[in-house]
Design a protein around this ligand. Sequence first.
Ligand code: SF4
Length: 458
Amino acid sequence: MPAATLPAPAAPPSADPRLDPIRDKALAGERLTLDDGDLLYTTPDIWTVCELADAVRRRLHGDAAYYNINRHFNYSNVCALSCKFCDFYAKRGDAHAYTRSLDDARAEARRAIEAGATEIHIVGGLDPYLPWDYYPDLLRAIRDEAPTLHIKAFTAVEIVHLAKIARVYKQSDRREGIRWVLERLIEAGLGSLPGGGAEVFDDRVHDEAFKGKIRSDVWLDVHRVAHQLGLNTNATILYGHVEDRRERLVHMDMLRRAQDEALARMGYEGIEGPREPGIKGSRDQGIKGTGEQGIKDVAPITLTRPGTPLPRPDSPLDPSIPGSLDPSPSGYFQTIIPLPFFPDGSELERLPGPSGLENLRTLAVARLMLDNFPHVKAFWIMQTLAMAQLMLQCGADDIDGTVVWYDITKVGGATTHQETTVWDLQKAIREAGFTPIERDTLYRRVEREGNTWRIATS
Ligand code: SF4
């Protein structure tokens, strides 16, 4: 019987020469256009896309890869809304509905301190039964119990909900109400805002998948006011549901334009050259200039140009870092966190959700398009730790932290107890070829002995 013959191996995909101009722009630190982004998304040469994202990431961070020691606290899963993609929310009376007390929060803060955590991450549903006072009281309870813990809390959606229940939110001047809420939360201990609730900045997508939630203009306003008050924030993109490729790219463009504003306030200078024409973010609202979306038409500012320093809150006396000599420096977006949509348990269960390759490519595209975001996070809870390792080689510089409880999205039937150890995080980073660096919420390097830690001075 003749020996079975294997088919000849397929030839490796050839490099896509259409990526050459994008390579030149990315390596020079120039801003990529939406059409560039479209090509990055559609080229079969995904390895060059990853290679370019890796080159940019190494320019910004060398071989450092960040993690932190953190805990999550979800104060309530009761929500007035019912977003189609969400399997977290409950209605009052549901068997799985819960609302945590201030004592629960204090206990969680104690556990965080005992675990050596530097951060507590707090989010919840838009609970219509909790009064305004609950929220500053929650922050005070945690701050009093654990003064060294950085409190990163409340998405933009929750901030607007709080302004409404505090009766300070006016459609005619929403920024005033947002400011009122943020000032009181800062006084109570708020240290930064997480990036959730952004989803995809497009009205069609909004109306189809999360109607009732705040639109892009309001989400951006919350972050803009937070930056003006000196808070650093993060941003997310939840992809892989009803949006299309172009809508993802417009979302990224709107974020980097908002970051242009924050960095301009800190003294960074824009780059000369041709400008992308005004885009349509929300379908019916032109956003060039200071239109409905409120994004100012400032010159693009990229952090990927050779020699450009990153904004850092820990260098108050370094004159080479814009904003560092300002006694009240502006806040800014620290991190973009691409989040894959998981259909299981949601009203959009019929959808397949994004593939692993799509996750990898979206993260690499985000690194290349968001040229003024210092960090890109491969959130291991939603990407898996194995995938996060690969993502570190495709543009990510951060894999988040030890977490413990995560109730928002469960990957592949995972439970709400999702915890990993520092050892596992460090091992994953080293295996991927990078140097693990423990950071605090503001990306300052942490020095640690057991559960005792401090911010490194050098
Ligand atoms: S995504 Fe947020 S606002 Fe929407 S239902 Fe879920 S918890 Fe509520």
